[in-house]
Design a protein around this ligand. Structure first.
Ligand SMILES: [Fe+2]
Ligand SMILES: [Fe+2]
Length: 210
């Protein structure tokens, strides 16, 4: 993972594409949280979480101007790393999670939607708490103008909140979470593998042109 990020951060175009891809994922995550909000029971924690994920999407998108001022204005497939994997990551996780939770808890409708929100968000927060610190380490080592320290702080808070909310939902939530984390790990590995293949072909083209 760190090697991939070093290659990305060293090249402004790759780095801008990476920021756009992360921004896309943060935005999809934020929209999913908002979609799961209940008309009457949504509380401060959920509102804060949605607001912060939207801020992450905005912040990452804004950083692109430091590297490639006129590029990556939208989230078109051509402007994302591994667009198919990137777009499927959250959808597939959500689907697998719903399937598992419906079977285990025998729930459906609004209750299933809420349970999926808790477990999917938990898995994403675990990933964010691993990915962003490695990314920041690379940014610091390569003295990049980009920084993600404010995101790291907020993601740590989210993970604590999800732990708390999951305990209220089911004191035995850990058993379900473990298999959902395994599904997420597979999806993430596929995503990174696809990104590595793209970087390799990009580097190959650059070398051939040099
Ligand atoms: Fe985030
Ligand atoms: Fe988060």
């Amino acid at each position: 993972m760190k090697d991939t990020l070093v290659t990305i951060v060293r090249n402004d175009e790759l780095h801008a594409r990476w920021l756009n891809t992360l921004s896309y994922l943060e935005n999809v995550g934020a929209r999913k949280i908002s979609t799961c909000e209940n008309d009457t029971t949504t509380d401060l924690v959920q509102l804060k979480h949605a607001a912060e994920e939207h801020r992450h999407a905005y912040y990452l998108k804004k950083q692109i101007s430091k590297l490639a001022p006129s590029a990556f204005t939208c989230y078109e497939s051509k402007d994302l790393f591994a667009p198919v994997f990137t777009k499927q990551y959250l959808q597939r996780l959500d689907l697998a999670c719903c399937r598992q939770l419906a079977k285990h808890y025998r729930i459906s409708g609004q209750r299933l939607k809420y349970a999926a929100y808790l477990f999917v968000t938990y898995a994403i927060e675990v990933r964010a708490d691993e990915l962003y610190p490695i990314y920041q380490e690379v940014l610091s080592e390569l003295q990049s103008r980009i920084m993600v320290k404010s995101i790291i702080m907020e993601e740590e808070g989210h993970l604590e909140e999800m732990n708390h909310m999951l305990t209220l939902f089911d004191p035995e939530w850990n058993k379900q979470a473990d298999s959902i984390l395994a599904i997420e790990k597979e999806l993430f590995t596929n995503w990174i593998t696809a990104i590595n293949a793209e970087i390799f072909s990009y580097e190959g083209i650059s070398t051939a042109m040099a």
